[in-house]
Design a binder for this molecule. Sequence first.
Ligand SMILES: [Zn+2]
Length: 418
Amino acid sequence: MHNLQINAQRLWDSLMETARIGATAKGGICRLTLTDLDRQVRDWLKAQCQALGCRVMIDEVGNMFATRPGKNLTLPPIAIGSHLDTQPTGGKFDGPLGVLAGLEALRTLHDHSYTTNAPIELVNWTNEEGARFAPAMLASGVFAGVFTADYAYGRTDRDGKSFGEELQRIGYRGPEKAGGRKFAGMFELHIEQGPILEHEGQTIGIVQGAQGVRWYDVTVVGQDAHAGAMPMGLRKDALVGAARMIERIDAIARDIPDAVGTVGLIENRPNSRNVIPGEVFFTVDFRHPDDKVLDAVEAKLRAALAEILPSLQLIYKEARIWASPPVKFSTELIDCVRVAAKQGGFSSRDIVSGAGHDSVYIARVAPTTMIFVPSRGGISHNEAEWTSLEDCAAGAQVLLNAVLEYDRRLASSRPTAQ
Ligand SMILES: [Zn+2]
C-alpha cells in the first residue's frame, strides 16, 4: 500500500505566501470576501491547481472547484477544502489551512503520480465568515440548497454594496449552478478555534458534529437629545437599553451549561459625545449542541427585550436572521479520519465543533466530516491566531490519509467501470 507523505515545509510556505495577501501589521490577515484581495488569492489558488493539471470550475456564487481526475468514471468526487476569506482582524489559519492543506494533498498525489479511484476535488467556499455579508457560510448554504442564489446576490455589506455586484466585479460569478455537482463525501481540515486540543496535548480532533447557532439583529430606538439639557428621568437613551440587554444576554448564556452567547457588533447613533443616543443596533449570537435548548434561549431573549426596553421608554425591533441546527457528521467519514490519525501516529480525541463551518451545510447533501488541529491559546478570529508548522502538517497528513482510506472503501463497494 502507498504511504504518501505530505511536504510540511511546502504547506507552510503556501500558508505564509498567501497570508501576505491582506496581511495586517499584527501578523493576521484582513481579506474580506469578494474584495480585490479575495480576487488575488483566488487567482493564486486557480493558478496553483491548474499547474497540477486540475480543471477549475466556478459556480454562480463564486465557489471554486479544482478537480483531479480518478480512475473510476462512475464515482463522484471526494471533496476537500475550506475557505480563503477572513475576518477583518483574522488570523492566518482559519480557512486558509483547510484549502492549502487540500492543495498540499493534491500536490502530493501529483508528485507520486498517484491516481485515486474517485476524483479528488479541492473546494474554496465563498463568504464563509459572514463578516462582510451576513449570514456566514452563505455560498456553501446555496450549494446545499439552504439559500437561493438570488438571496445571496441580494445580501449587502454595511456600505450597501451587494454580494451579486461584488462577485461580478471581481470576476468570480461562474456559469455553473450551485449544488449542481455531487460529492462522494467532503473532508474539511480546520483549526479548532477553541482550547481543548492544546489543553489536553492532543494533535487531532475527530469532529463528530457541530453545535446549533442562532443569529439575531436588534434595533433599539429612543430619542436623540441634548446631554446637558435633558434630565435623567425624561431620557430615552437607546444605548443604556442596549447595555442592559448585553448584560442580560451574557447572563442567559452563563446560566445554561454548554451555552454561549455573544453581542459582537454594536452601532450607536448618532455616536456623539454630547448627544443622548437615539438608536442602537446590535447583533446576538447564541450556540448550543441541542436545538431545544436554543428554543428556550430564544424565549429568554425575547422575554428580556420585552421586560427591559419598554421600562426605559424605548421601542425595539428584533429579528432572528439565521438559524443553523446542530449537526451530526457521517459515521463512515469519521471512521476514516480515526484510521487516518492512527496511520499517521498522531494522538487524537473526539470533539464537537464550537463554530459554524461550511461542512455543516455540506453535511445536508453529502457524507461530511471535519478534522481539527490545535489553536494556540484557543484563540481565533484574532490576528494572534496560531497553529504550529507541525500541527498544520499533521492535519494535512490526516486529511490525505482519510481521503485515501475513503477512496479505497468507495472502490471496494463499487466495481471499477473502465
Ligand atoms: Zn473558518
